[in-house]
Design a protein around this ligand. Structure first.
Ligand code: ATP
Ligand code: MG
Length: 526
């Protein structure tokens, strides 16, 4: 029996006519595992599955559909996959990945799926949010012009960060990157900023120390920690920062300010590379898949300051990137530098020479700049960057000559002292008003008569003086309240702190030393 063309076409037409929507749903609700390994499953039969949809593998194992191909779906598994095997059935859940959000998340330590891992019981959150979301658009945004104080004098004065900004912390391993972020979290105490620390691909012991530190300092009262450790599957490491920012978005839409730290995105990119290679996506530069730029831009674009109509809150992001021997021109560093609004560059040489936090002033920038500073800070820090770059320049050529003229000597002497003042021990953020007064003494050259080896003591005593002396304390309060140094305040500050410096010099017998030096010099001249 033979079929002619018109028969065939009528059969096809009939099949198309009978092919109802119901059949599609029925057919695609369940699939079957074709192959499984390394946390990746290839599943057939799920024709209707959505990108990012959660799939149920049974035994409490879930997966996320990431590769939608013609005959099969590439799924990343989120959970122990020992119990599942080829041929098992896979069910659709019709939900994309979402996690619990809200104030119940404060003080909790969770994994990338939003499940508590701190042993404090279930999280009774009433609301969940979808993890992958488009960032707020241009028209919903407000300009970034409120300071987010880090408490680190070198950052707040030279590379100020604004609420809603994305500032990258970049540097070699063990140069104090995490410490800068943790100090910033500690400094948000009592400032109405909620914090989220996302640890990606780190050793559990390192993260445990951080959690302990935050607890002791009382910072867990406003902080949530999301962990996807080094031992966890790469899909979870990939997911963790998005989970963190999802929790932040809920607060931002309620008008609150949030600070989120991604520690670090280098390991995040590596997790994504692993996952992509296992999904057989073609590798590109440095074996990363082609969309690795999109991976980080879709994450960091979600940091924003939105306008009143959209809640009026903000998400400030501090992503961290680790470089190899200071090479900021590698693939992932250049990507993230171009996505963020500036970078804080930590240098190994500075760190090893004892200049900590090891912020390289020359390489560090904040593209939001002084609009994220209060006026008083702008006034006190205005000449600082110039002074330091002058010092750096002079220092390099001063090495070759023994006879230096007086003005060069002065610049070198002053710069050395300023660098020393910018040093700050860990876990000791400084209040903005104290920072401003310290910078005031630099700007007005009140430190000129304080010898270099007395600078640490000078700074220490000055901070104590501001806290204890009623007059100095009043000045600090006025700076905090009016946020600017008026002419009157300026005069008052000059008198108060000049007297302080004079007393410091006398009580440390520094004048006599200077006189001795001068006497010696005169004797030498004769
Ligand atoms: P990794 O690359 O391992 O993540 P990192 O760049 O995040 O390292 P940290 O872990 O923050 O660096 O710091 C490295 C070491 O330096 C720690 O032991 C820390 O205690 C010390 N450190 C960091 N900042 C300071 C500081 N301001 N003063 C003194 N020590 C510091
Ligand atoms: Mg670190």
């Amino acid at each position: 029996m033979s079929l002619n063309a018109s028969d065939i076409s009528s059969i096809i037409k009939k099949q198309i006519k009978d092919f109802s929507k119901k059949d599609i749903n029925k057919k695609s609700e369940q699939g079957e595992i074709l192959s499984i390994g390394d946390g990746i499953a290839l599943v057939s039969g799920l024709d209707e599955v959505k990108l990012g949809e959660l799939l149920d593998f049974g035994n409490d194992v879930y997966g996320m559909a990431l590769n939608l191909e013609e005959d099969a779906v590439g799924v990343v598994l989120m959970g122990q996959s020992n119990s599942i095997k080829e041929g098992d059935k896979v069910k659709r859940t019709y939900n994309v990945v979402s996690i619990p959000v809200g104030d119940q998340m404060i003080g909790r330590v969770i994994n990338a799926l939003g499940e508590p891992i701190d042993g404090k019981g279930a999280i009774n959150s009433k609301k969940t949010r979808v993890v992958f979301k488009i960032a707020p658009g241009v028209m919903t945004r407000e300009s970034v012009n409120q300071p987010l104080e880090t408490g680190l004098i070198a950052i707040d004065s030279l590379v100020p960060i604004g609420k809603g900004q994305r500032e990258l912390i970049i540097g070699d391993r063990q140069t104090g990157k995490t410490s800068i972020a943790i100090d910033t979290i500690l400094n948000q105490k009592g400032k109405n900023v909620k914090c989220i620390y996302v640890a990606i691909g780190q050793k559990n012991s390192t993260v445990a120390q951080i959690v302990q530190k935050l607890k002791l300092a009382g910072a867990m009262e406003y902080t949530t920690i999301v962990i996807a450790g080094a031992s966890e599957l790469s899909p979870l490491q990939y997911l963790a920062p998005y989970s963190g920012v999802t929790i932040a978005e809920e607060w931002m839409e309620k008008g609150e300010d949030v600070l989120i730290v991604y520690d670090d995105l280098t390991k995040h990119a590596i997790a994504y590379r692993t996952l992509s290679l296992l999904l057989r996506r073609p590798p590109g530069r440095e074996a990363y898949p082609g969309d690795v730029f999109y991976l980080h831009s879709q994450l960091l674009e979600r940091a924003a300051r939105v306008n009143k109509k959209y809640g009026g809150g903000s998400i400030t992001a501090l992503p961290i990137i680790e470089t190899q021997s200071g090479d900021i021109s590698a693939y992932i560093p250049t990507n993230v530098i171009s996505i963020t609004d500036g970078q804080i560059f930590t240098s190994e040489a500075l760190f090893n020479s004892g200049q900590r936090p090891a912020i390289d002033v020359g390489f560090s920038v904040s593209r939001v700049g002084s609009s994220a500073q209060i006026k008083a800070m702008k006034q006190s820090a205005s000449s600082l960057k110039l002074e330091l770059s002058q010092f750096n320049e002079m220092q390099s050529f001063a090495q070759f000559s023994s006879d230096l003229d007086d003005s060069t000597k002065k610049i070198l002497d002053h710069g050395k002292k300023v660098y020393s003042i910018l040093k700050q021990p860990q876990y000791s953020p400084l209040d903005q008003s104290i920072q401003i007064i310290i910078l005031f003494t630099i700007k007005n050259r009140l430190i000129e008569n304080v010898p270099f080896n007395f600078i640490d003591k000078f700074k220490e005593n000055l901070i104590e003086f501001i806290k204890k002396d009623p007059n100095a304390n009043e000045i600090a309060t006025e700076i905090r309240n009016t946020k600017e140094i008026t002419k009157e305040l300026n005069d008052r500050m000059l008198i108060t702190f000049k007297t302080f410096v004079d007393n410091f010099i006398i009580s440390n017998a520094i004048v006599r030393n200077n006189q001795n030096q001068e006497a010696n010099k005169e004797a030498g001249d004769k």
